[in-house]
Design a protein around this ligand. Structure first.
Ligand SMILES: Nc1ncnc2c1ncn2[C@@H]1O[C@H](COP(=O)(O)OP(=O)(O)OP(=O)(O)O)[C@@H](O)[C@H]1O
Length: 318
C-alpha cells in the first residue's frame, strides 16, 4: 500500500520554479531517502506534504497522503494528519522542543492531545524514552532542553514523533547538527524503532551513504528534479545517472587515504536557472547537444529509474 505519493509536484515562488515534476512514492513501512546538494529542493518537497510551503509559494501536481489529496483537504483534516498520522523530525531539536518546559511536559502534552489520561501519558512517555535509549528517565523527565546534549534531545524528539504511532515520519536532515558518533547512534535508533513499528519514512539528507544505510530506496534530487531512483542496497553497483555517480566519487570514503578527492565539477544549479534540457547538462562530462535542448524524463534503468538521455536507447525519445 502507498502511504505517500507525489505525482508531478511542481512548486514555484513568484515566477521562479523551485520543484519541477517531482514524482515519487513511499509504501507502507518503506524508508525512502531524498538526497542531493544544498538547494536541490529536498526541504521544499517535504514541506509540500503538510502544506508548509513559505508564503508566496504555489504548488501544482498532486500529493496523496494515506489516500487523501493534500491540496483538497480543509484545515481541520490537515491538522488531524499533522497531529496524528504524520510526524516530523527536523535538523535542530532545540527548535522543536519548547525551551522553558520540561522534557516530561513536552512528551506528555503530545500524548494528552491524543486523549490519553495524565497518569497514562507519563507512563507512556517514560516507555517511549526507554525505547529511544534515554537513561535516567525520571531525572530526564524533570529536565529542560538546555540540560540535555543535542543527541539526547534529538532522541526525545524522535520519542515524541513515535508517540502518536504515525504512519509516516518525515525526517529533514535529522542528524546534520550532531557530531558523527552521535549521528550514527541517533540514526540507528530511528531505524530500529521505525522497523519495529512498521512506520514509513521519508529521510532527507545531503549524505548519500547515510541515507543508503537507513533507507530501502534512494531518490537523488538535482535542481528541483528527481534525476534517479534506485534501491539503497544497489547504490554503488546500479547508480547510472552521471550526477549520482559524481556524488559517489566525491565521498571521502571513495578514495584511498591521502589520495585526492574528486568533486562534482561546476556549481550546483537552482531550478530557476536550469537549462531547457537536462538540469545537469552543463556539469556533465558526457552531455551532447540533445542534453542541452530536450529534457529527459525518469525511465526504468536496471533496478531503478533515471532521467538521462545517455541511458536511453533512443536519445530523441524523451
Ligand atoms: N523561503 C524561500 N523563498 C524563496 N526561495 C526559497 C525559499 N526557501 C528555499 N528557497 C529556494 O528553493 C530552492 C530549494 O530549497 P530547499 O530548501 O528545498 O533545498 P534543500 O535541498 O533542502 O537544501 P538544504 O540542504 O540547503 O536545506 C533553493 O533554490 C532555495 O534557494
Amino acid at each position: 500500500m502507498t502511504v505517500l505519493e507525489f505525482d508531478r509536484l511542481r512548486v514555484t515562488i513568484g515566477n521562479r520554479p523551485i520543484l519541477r515534476e517531482v514524482t515519487l512514492t513511499v509504501a507502507t513501512g518503506e524508508a525512502v531517502g531524498l538526497v542531493g546538494e544544498s538547494g536541490s529542493g529536498k526541504s521544499m518537497t517535504v514541506k509540500s506534504v503538510l502544506r508548509m510551503l513559505p508564503a508566496g509559494a504555489a504548488a501544482g501536481g498532486t500529493i496523496r497522503l494515506l489516500g487523501a489529496e493534500i491540496g483538497k483537504l480543509d484545515e481541520a483534516a490537515l491538522r488531524n494528519l499533522r497531529s496524528r498520522d504524520v510526524a516530523m523530525v527536523f535538523q535542530d531539536p532545540r527548535a522543536t522542543v519548547n525551551p522553558v518546559r520540561t522534557i516530561g511536559d513536552f512528551l506528555t502534552e503530545v500524548l494528552r492531545d491524543q486523549g490519553v489520561s495524565k497518569a497514562q501519558a507519563r507512563q507512556r512517555a517514560a516507555g517511549l524514552l526507554a525505547d529511544v535509549g534515554v537513561d535516567h528517565i525520571d531525572r530526564r523527565m524533570r529536565q529542560r532542553p538546555h540540560e540535555l546534549s543535542g543527541g539526547l534531545l534529538q532522541r526525545v524528539v524522535i520519542a515524541a514523533a513515535l508517540a502518536t504511532e504515525p504512519k509516516l515520519i518525515l525526517a529533514d536532515e535529522p542528524t546534520t547538527a550532531l557530531d558523527v558518533t552521535t549521528q550514527e547512534e541517533v540514526v540507528a535508533i530511528l531505524d530500529e524503532q521505525r522497523h519495529k513499528r512498521g512506520t514509513a519514512l521519508l529521510f532527507i539528507s545531503h549524505d548519500l551513504e547515510l541515507a543508503a544505510a537507513v533507507c530501502d530506496r534512494i531518490a537523488v534530487m538535482y535542481a528541483g528534479e528527481i534525476v534517479e531512483i534506485l534501491p539503497a542496497a544497489r547504490l554503488h553497483e546500479d547508480a547510472r545517472h552521471p550526477y549520482t555517480r559524481a556524488l559517489l566519487r566525491s565521498r571521502p570514503g571513495a578514495v584511498p587515504p591521502g589520495a585526492r578527492l574528486e568533486t562534482v565539477p561546476g556549481t550546483p544549479q537552482a531550478a530557476f536557472d536550469a537549462p531547457a534540457g537536462c538540469v545537469f547538462a552543463d556539469r556533465c562530462g558526457h552531455a551532447t547537444a540533445n542534453c542541452f535542448s530536450v529534457r529527459p524524463v525518469l525511465r526504468p534503468v536496471d533496478s531503478g529509474s533515471a532521467a538521462c538521455h545517455l541511458l536511453e536507447e533512443s536519445p530523441h525519445g524523451a
